[in-house]
Design a protein. Structure first.
Length: 247
């Protein structure tokens, strides 16, 4: 049994980023060029002439890096797509003889929501969301709240649980028997305890050890059953990118 190409992870998020990044691209390039040239002229005027072009090129590169890193919808989509791709590469380490992995799948009746990753294997079925936070922040659970650093992380557990239930309902209806689906969140950037963090019935774990954590669970399906569930998932969960192109 073979898994899906991990390069399909984050495809719809990357597509949205490219659309947003293309908006007003020419105007942004002209503005960066004008600012860089202005700085170059100033540097050449107060120093030797040949320092001007170097300062202009350095300024242009700095302005470009700042634009890519500054908070914006385009930046959020790009960072989200990159997190999904990293999770995809990590999940590709699962043994293809016992695990099938799908990425970036559309959820019926939820046109703006996608399922980042779905793992179907001999140890069970897992609906996995990828989330990225700033490096060094710590993810922790206190009471009914999930915290990232000193700020509430929102209802991530609820969203992950709802996605898992939706997938479980679809697969159970398609196969005419109950198919449990476990919700997980693949964490990028933030620190999580070794072995993961449970909150609201959802396991939050770093992306790198996630495949080993999934593979180490008790075996509940045969390879034939995995193939049957994977085929059903392919039928009821179309690729999100195809779903977007239909609109």
């Amino acid at each position: 049994m073979s898994g899906v190409d991990p390069s399909s992870a984050g495809a719809s998020a990357w597509s949205r980023y490219r659309v947003l990044a293309a908006e007003h691209r020419q105007q942004r390039l002209l503005l960066r060029g004008a600012l860089a040239c202005g700085l170059g002229v100033v540097v050449a005027g107060v120093s030797v002439w040949w320092a001007g072009p170097g300062a202009a090129m350095a300024a242009f590169a700095a302005f470009t890096m700042y634009e890519r890193a500054r908070p914006s919808p385009a930046t959020s989509w790009r960072q989200g797509a990159m997190a999904e791709r990293r999770t995809g590469r990590s999940l590709a380490k699962l043994d293809p003889a016992g695990f099938h992995v799908l990425h970036d799948r559309a959820l019926p009746n939820m046109p703006t929501t996608n399922l980042d990753h779905l793992v179907i294997g001999i140890t069970g079925v897992y609906a996995i969301a990828s989330r990225r936070w700033r490096w060094g922040l710590r993810l922790r659970s206190e009471g009914r709240r999930l915290w990232i650093g000193n700020r509430p992380a929102g209802d991530l557990a609820g969203a992950a649980s709802r996605a898992a239930r939706t997938v479980a309902d679809l697969l159970s209806l398609e196969l005419d028997h109950e198919v449990p689906v476990s919700p997980m969140v693949s964490v990028h950037g933030a620190k999580v305890p070794q072995g993961g963090l449970r909150h609201g019935g959802v396991l939050f774990a770093a992306a790198r050890p996630l495949p080993n954590m999934i593979a180490a669970r008790p075996v509940v399906f045969t390879s034939a059953q995995v193939a049957t569930v994977a085929a059903a998932a392919e039928r009821v969960l179309p690729p999100m990118l195809e779903n977007l192109f239909r609109k």
